[in-house]
Design a protein around this ligand. Structure first.
Ligand SMILES: [Zn+2]
Length: 175
């Protein structure tokens, strides 16, 4: 689950940095009946502000009043949701950097000594993580041990456990 907002990967035009921090602020411009809205992000290198486009010349009537309200009040939940919105990411050509912005919660180590355990992993946000890392952390094993258990067929899953995942999965551990 997320512990804070992720950073935004985007090249800064003023310095060499490629990471921006969400400012928590929106800017809304109303021109006659058309509205533009941006999410403001700050360069982690030089502090310059960049604008991520959310709405571009959209008619007031087509926007849900609740959304306008959240934009005007710089709602933190809205920042989190919009940063993860694939449409916003594509439009602004950004990706998210989740390093140090999430944590793994487990039910504890009570059942880990059983011969066979089935484990369900749920993502509270679409955070790309290596399953091997999650399994190692959750089971208190090294990543090398988890790799070995996968190779030996003692950890099995319907999904590929190599590479990264950002959605729910289950696996079975057989001792
Ligand atoms: Zn910069």
């Amino acid at each position: 689950m997320p512990t804070c907002l992720p950073l935004v990967r985007r090249r800064c035009h003023s310095c060499a940095s490629e990471l921006f921090r969400p400012s928590g602020k929106f800017r809304v411009n109303a021109n006659h009946k058309l509205i533009d809205a941006w999410l403001l992000v700050l360069c982690t290198g030089c502090g310059v502000t960049a604008k991520l486009t959310l709405l571009e010349r959209v008619t007031v009537r087509s926007i849900r009043p609740e959304l306008l309200d959240l934009l005007h009040h710089n709602d933190p939940g809205l920042t989190a949701a919009l940063l993860q919105d694939p449409v916003v990411q594509r439009r602004n050509r950004i990706a998210l950097d989740w390093d140090d912005a999430w944590r793994l919660d487990t039910d504890g180590s009570e059942h880990l000594d059983r011969e066979t355990i089935d484990v369900a992993v749920r993502f509270a946000a679409r955070i790309p993580v290596r399953p091997v890392r999650l399994i190692a952390d959750g089971l208190g094993l090294s990543r090398a041990e988890v790799d070995r258990l996968i190779t030996e067929g003692k950890i099995v899953s319907a999904v590929r456990l190599s590479g990264k995942l950002s959605g729910d999965f289950t696996f079975t551990l057989k001792r």
